[in-house]
Design a protein around this ligand. Structure first.
Ligand code: COA
Length: 177
């Protein structure tokens, strides 16, 4: 398994490369499964089922970033109802950014930013408020999202099905409609 988070390098500057972001297609699923298992471990079949759910769901989308014809990363957005998963949850039900992974070989080229831009565009057609949760240890991700106007709403949150390596943090951003 690769390390969970990118090393935090705020003094580095990324370099842009041409990247195409589009919605997940059936033929992308295996590449996304490979990236997910490499980063998070787990069963291939469970990841496959999760990506296939995105293909057929009205309230959830996965986007892929393609560089030179290969999948360089994926990211998902959708309706997340934690109250149904865990009654009494302190996380609001809402439209969330859910899962963003960039191939370690393709990082710091603007892929994560492009995938997030695409997801916020999709969410902006459905809501004026987007949410995401993150480990406080994942400073690279927090910096990326801060660039899109996300602000910290709560710390030490518990999210059903998510084990945070440090404090779980909840962020939200207002979206233009
Ligand atoms: C976090 C992650 C998605 C970023 O993807 P990426 O394609 O490398 O990010 P980008 O090149 O689009 O970076 C956009 C901005 O985010 C910030 N950033 C990204 N990686 C960073 C790092 N390692 N250290 C510091 N800041 C970072 C920077 O502000 C960067 O802008 P800049 O390059 O112009 O300085 C990637 O490192 C990854 O897949 N990490 C593991 C999975 C993960 O943590 N997912 C997020 C879960 S919430």
């Amino acid at each position: 398994m690769a390390s969970l988070f990118a090393d935090y390098r705020p003094d580095d500057r990324g370099t842009r490369v041409p990247v195409v972001v589009r919605e997940l297609a059936e033929w992308d699923v295996e590449a996304c499964v490979a990236l997910a298992v490499q980063r998070d471990g787990g069963e291939q079949a469970a990841w496959r089922a999760s990506f296939e759910r995105s293909l057929h769901s009205a309230d959830r989308r996965t986007f892929v970033a393609v560089i030179d014809g290969g999948v360089a990363g994926y990211a998902t957005a959708g309706w997340f109802a934690s109250s149904a998963l865990s009654p009494g949850s302190t996380i609001p039900d809402g439209w969330f950014l859910l899962g963003l992974v960039v191939d370690p070989r393709c990082r710091r080229h603007g892929v994560g930013r492009e995938l997030t831009k695409a997801r916020l565009g999709w969410l902006g057609e459905r809501t004026d408020r987007a949410w995401y949760f993150v480990s406080s240890a994942n400073r690279a991700s927090i910096d990326l999202h801060t660039g899109f106007g996300f602000r910290l709403v709560a710390s030490d949150v518990e999210v059903p099905g998510v084990a945070f390596t440090a404090s779980g943090q909840l962020f939200c951003a207002d979206l233009p409609r």
